[in-house]
Design a protein around this ligand. Sequence first.
Ligand SMILES: [Zn+2]
Length: 188
Amino acid sequence: MPETPEELYERAANALRMPPVEEWETFPFEGEMRPRALLPPEDEERPRQGEGGVDCRRCAAADDDYLWTNENWRLWAFDKPTGLPLVVILESREHYGEPGDLPEELAADLGVMLARIERAIRGLGEIGRVHVCRWGDGGEHLHWWFMARPARIPQLIGSFAAIWDDILPPVPEDVWRADLQKLAATLG
Ligand SMILES: [Zn+2]
């Protein structure tokens, strides 16, 4: 069993390390840096938006708000482009909290969907990689991120692409909208 949050905090609070970020090609920032102080554990996990399906904004959203839907899944994009070529989010139609909560049949279908959407985004061209990510610490309604990074820019590889998305200026809106439309058309 992993150590308790209290044990981790006791052991780590005064022993934080500063990795050599200045040597990392993909690290988005420069200048003097130090780790932020680690705060002690709270008594309980903070609730997520839509916990237990109550007042869940994703359950309440209409199909019209989505880029693409089918009987099990719905795919959406933000209102405006961000720094990476394309970022879209896949959600289960019904409210589930964790991947492990999915019934087997839906979990199997999820695998098909992750592959289909990744392939469709990669097919837009000039995409170096489509990162398929699940964090789930904000809203409870099960969702997966697809973050497409551009090809041939080594600084933008890896997990910092999620940070670079906020640093790079937004993609031109007409380019972004055309790519979203093409993605929806490919998914059918
Ligand atoms: Zn929901």
